[in-house]
Write a protein of this length. Structure first.
Ligand code: UDP
Ligand code: MG
Length: 134
């Protein structure tokens, strides 16, 4: 069934000119770029976006990092888009990411791991709204 998910190309990947290489992986796997924009979010927006992690020890560093430079936000559309994007991204820690996944290919570390992807259809709707409302 066709669904939508939010993808972010995080600041570490934007900084290293990897936007095209990452988008190519989505397109080659039949995900359609429905919407896309490059933005530099502020700390308040970061805290809202990552509020589910507010009790984690890495929360402040995570919010500082995601607001440290421009990122690319996208709505990806396609069959099973939420899970497909998660599979293409690979594990959160690049050391555990399977060969050929985006994080295996491009991530620097568990915190600078190049991409975000919604983890459920429900959260995809919330995250898409946050980035693309209006
Ligand atoms: N993160 C981190 N340290 C950790 C775990 C996570 O810096 O020990 C960061 C990392 O950038 C990750 C984000 O927090 O992508 C959100 O964590 P989550 O567990 O939701 O991982 P994801 O869904 O991105 O794979
Ligand atoms: Mg997550």
């Amino acid at each position: 069934m066709s669904e939508q998910t939010l993808s972010l190309i995080k600041p570490d990947a934007v900084e290293r000119n990897l936007i095209g290489k990452i988008i190519q992986i989505f397109e080659e796997n039949n995900l359609i770029i429905e919407k896309m924009k490059k933005i530099h979010v502020d700390m308040d927006f970061a805290k809202t976006f990552y509020s589910v992690h507010s009790d984690k020890p890495f929360f402040n560093d995570l919010c500082s990092y995601i607001s440290s430079g421009p990122l690319v936000a996208m709505v990806l559309k396609g069959d099973n888009a939420v899970q497909k994007n998660r599979d293409l991204m690979g594990a959160t820690n690049p050391k555990d990411a399977k060969p050929g996944t985006i994080r295996n290919l491009y991530a620097i570390s568990i915190d600078k791991n190049s991409v975000h992807g919604s983890d459920s259809i429900e959260n995809a709707k919330i995250e898409i709204d946050l980035f693309f409302k209006d």
